[in-house]
Design a binder for this molecule. Structure first.
Ligand code: AMP
Length: 140
């Protein structure tokens, strides 16, 4: 992809140049805790392909990504015990995208609880690790 920035933060995470609280990895995808969660258990799932947004993914990668989003969303729902799960996927700054490596947000939702602010409040990595420990064993 011509306008893909290889120095975006998720590219650095994929290369191991930036830390993340990893949830899941296979040959094509990586999932990790969002560092500024909008709810407890907020996870991001990204493809390993260089793609700014969903429109840049080929069919095979798009399929692999959504299958893993579904698998991980199931695990997040069980681990957090939330009645709802929001999947969010933003394409382009006009849509609110802030990191230009395509990704899905998996965000637990509870009745009557407002969604937290987007990319605003930094979480403690130790707390994220405790949540990750609950999610990882439930990914099947
Ligand atoms: P978007 O605005 O849809 O592009 O979402 C980007 C998401 O990445 C936001 O929810 C941020 O909180 C999250 N984020 C940014 N930097 C990091 C990081 N280093 N590790 C984990 N999540 C991050």
């Amino acid at each position: 992809m011509s306008d893909y920035d290889r120095d975006n933060i998720f590219a650095k995470i994929l290369r191991g140049e930036m830390p993340c609280v990893k949830i899941f990895e296979d040959n094509d995808t990586l999932a990790f805790m969002d560092i500024m969660p909008q709810a407890e258990g907020h996870v991001l799932v990204i493809p390993k392909a260089e793609a700014c947004d969903m429109m840049d993914l080929d069919d095979a990668m798009a399929q692999k990504l959504i299958v893993n989003v579904q698998r991980i969303a199931r695990a997040v729902k069980s681990a957090i015990g939330c009645p709802g799960v929001m999947l969010a996927q933003l394409n382009g700054s006009a849509a609110g995208q802030t990191v230009f490596h395509t990704h899905f947000h998996i965000i637990p939702r509870h009745n009557g609880v407002e969604l937290g602010f987007h990319a605003k409040n930094m979480a403690d990595p130790g707390e994220l690790e405790k949540i990750a420990e609950k999610i990882r064993p439930l990914i099947s």
